[in-house]
Design a protein around this ligand. Structure first.
Ligand code: 4G3
Length: 222
């Protein structure tokens, strides 16, 4: 079973989001354990201070190194420590596939301008970004990473929605999908999908996926 520890100042945000849909089912089924820890439990003053102003001045606060170090040291050794930051390597399906092979991840969520560089140097194994934009904290990126990993665990999603058949697992965008009715506001369903010919259906979907990828994301075709 995979284990993910999340170090955050908002542990309930992590727990609440994982109460829905596929993540909840995977956790209930014992396929993965996600444990959210409050960084403030590792502060050393009565005000539970976890951040401070930057040396050299400037706007924003920096997470102090000692509470982060203590929070990590409290966990079983051997987990891969991942810091969610705009400075990290971009999360792609292949990065998710790679990380899904881990037994134990520790996700570190920063805020403001991030964390003290020395605790990053000594404790962080990997840095991941979910995209080239800045958010108010690393919690939403951590949840996105967790969701991407959970859906790759065998048994987490049904055969019908097999992760292996997803958009991106074959390097292409997904094809268009249709359900009833056959006609909606004057628009009809492509003939090949109604043919009952499985080879014809598969070929239409392949062609449609390739065409959409060419139009929308030519960079994926190289
Ligand atoms: C560290 C991650 C953390 C430095 C975190 C801001 C966006 C992402 C934070 C920093 C984040 C992302 C917290 N925003 N693109 N905010 O994955 O400058």
């Amino acid at each position: 079973m995979m284990r993910i520890d999340v170090i955050t100042i908002f542990p309930d945000l992590i727990r609440d989001v994982l109460k829905y849909s596929i993540p909840r089912r995977a956790i209930d089924a014992g396929l993965i354990d996600v444990l959210a820890h409050d960084l403030r439990d590792h502060a050393d003053d009565k005000h539970k201070t976890i951040d401070d102003t930057p040396y050299g001045g400037g706007a924003g606060m920096i997470f102090k190194p000692e509470p982060i170090a203590r929070a990590i040291e409290t966990l079983p050794a051997g987990g891969r420590v991942i810091f969610l930051t705009p400075q990290g390597r971009l999360l792609t399906q292949s990065v998710a596939n790679e990380l899904s092979l881990s037994d134990h991840l520790v996700l570190l969520c920063g805020h403001y301008r991030g964390i003290d560089e020395r605790v990053r140097e000594n404790y962080v194994d990997d840095e991941i970004s979910i995209g080239d934009y800045v958010l108010s904290g690393g919690e939403l990126p951590a949840l996105i990473l967790i969701d991407a990993l959970i859906r790759l665990i065998p048994g987490a999603i049904g055969n019908a929605e097999s992760a292996l058949e997803d958009s991106f697992q074959n390097g292409l965008l997904d094809c268009a999908w249709y359900t009833r009715p056959r006609e909606f506001e004057g628009l009809t369903v492509p003939e090949a999908l109604l043919s009952g010919d499985h080879k014809k259906v598969a070929q239409w979907r392949r062609d449609n996926a390739r065409q959409r990828t060419l139009e929308r994301r030519p960079d994926l075709l190289e």
